[in-house]
Design a binder for this molecule. Structure first.
Ligand code: ZN
Length: 420
């Protein structure tokens, strides 16, 4: 299998056409704060397996989700469009079929594509199974409210899929996307794991992270044991973080502060030297990056850009990262550029400005003291939002999911208030 990967690498230098593209394993972990992983500086031992993956891959130190809850951010990861473009910003909205997702692009290039989801928002109903030939969402909690642990059966399915592929004579490359849910509320203790952290709210959360890390490790082991690690790109990211009263609240989906939008992003790809990338990037960049890594033509339009040059050691030109939270009562938007972050609330209108270098916790508002920067960021935010909305004009607006009886209860069970 190693020889095949080499053929692909040589193809870029004018050799024979590629025989086989690399496999892609995507590990998305719900509600995982970047700063609760060892490789992002956490002092607790929550993540030995993810840390080991980061040691052999490229770790993006300043990666951001485009929002602070699952539906808009997973849609952005799948499409490379910002929330104002894809429109999947509310529990009542589904992604229009007119968008082309990463699995669709890979399927059309000859990939076998499988997705296993444990979150009812990452689902067929929300238009997010587009392009997955196989899609299994039976582990999502909405189908079994008593099931508060899904990482182990999810990893079982992943391990099974990888073994099946390792033994197959079918040489088609594959995409396997596993979406883990355990760090999401509600937090449950895991025997033999959670005890080492304690019994407070944050301890239980760290236990969930450590449990998920163990399950991620099982999937990565299967890749090694199947002899597929050298032919497989591995991507690990989170859809958003979680708040532990950093700004006076808990859970997620209510603000655009760092504890909710700073996410881990790690890419391990054959032929790339391990490194850490400091510049601002986003989940919006995931699709163009993977498309380039597997050797396909870049998408004609995208909200993001390929991070492959940064993976090779180049410094990325600074580009503003757009943040959006389309709450019914108090919509928020924001922009990160260089060391600065602007957050805008409407209803009533209010802007706050933070210098992330001096104030990573986003506690000291400098909108008045650095008015010039704030004005520039504010104008830039207007321009970025307008650009994102203009791009939506090319797509069908038919996005009503049609809520079913009991949906509101299921949404509340996940800890989301009725503010959407
Ligand atoms: Zn989520």
């Amino acid at each position: 299998m190693r020889a095949l990967a080499l053929v692909l690498l040589l193809a870029g230098c004018g050799g024979e056409p590629a025989l086989r593209r690399p496999n892609v394993l995507v590990l998305s972990i719900d509600t995982l704060r970047a700063d609760h992983l060892g490789c992002y500086g956490y002092e607790r031992p929550t993540s030995p397996r993810i840390d080991a993956l980061a040691d052999r891959g490229v770790l993006f130190e300043s990666a951001r989700a485009p929002s602070s809850w699952t539906l808009p951010t997973m849609t952005t990861a799948l499409t490379s469009f910002e929330a104002s473009t894809h429109g999947t910003t509310h529990f009542t909205k589904r992604l229009s079929d007119g968008f082309e997702t990463l699995p669709e692009r890979l399927r059309d290039a000859g990939y076998d594509t499988a997705g296993f989801s444990t979150n009812f928002l990452f689902s067929r109903r929300y238009g997010l199974r587009q392009g997955f030939i196989h899609f299994d969402e039976t582990l999502a909690r909405s189908s079994d409210p008593e099931r508060l642990e899904t990482g182990e059966p999810l990893a079982d399915r992943g391990v099974q899929w990888i073994r099946w592929k390792a033994e197959s004579s079918d040489d088609a490359p594959w995409l396997l996307w596993l979406h883990f849910f355990d760090p999401h509320w509600e937090y449950v203790p895991h025997e033999g794991i959670t005890e080492r952290f304690g019994t407070e709210r944050v301890d239980l959360y760290d236990g969930e992270v450590a449990f998920t890390d163990l399950q991620v490790g099982r999937v990565l082991d299967a890749l090694e044991e199947g002899g597929l690690a050298d032919d497989t790109i591995v991507v690990l990211f989170s859809d958003h973080g979680e708040e532990f009263e950093d700004h006076g609240m808990t859970l997620h989906g209510h603000t655009l502060f760092g504890e909710l939008v700073r996410v881990p992003l790690i890419v391990r790809a054959p032929g790339f030297t391990p490194r850490r990338v400091a510049g601002n990037v986003g989940l919006v960049d995931l699709l163009p990056t993977l498309i380039e890594l597997v050797g396909l033509a870049p998408p004609p339009t995208a909200g993001g850009r390929s991070l492959v040059p940064a993976m090779r050691g180049a410094t990325l030109p600074e580009r503003a990262t757009l943040l959006e939270l389309h709450r019914a009562t108090r919509p928020l938007s924001g922009l990160v550029e260089g060391p600065w972050k602007l957050i805008r609330a409407t209803n009533p209108p209010e802007e706050t400005l933070f210098h992330l270098g001096d104030d990573p916790g986003e506690t000291a508002d400098r909108r008045a003291s650095d008015a010039d920067v704030g004005d520039r960021m504010s104008a830039r935010l207007d321009a970025e939002l307008a650009r994102s909305r203009r791009r939506a004009a090319g797509f069908s607006a038919e996005t009503d999911v049609g809520l079913l009886p009991g949906d509101v209860q299921r949404i509340e069970d996940l800890g989301y208030a009725g503010d959407r």
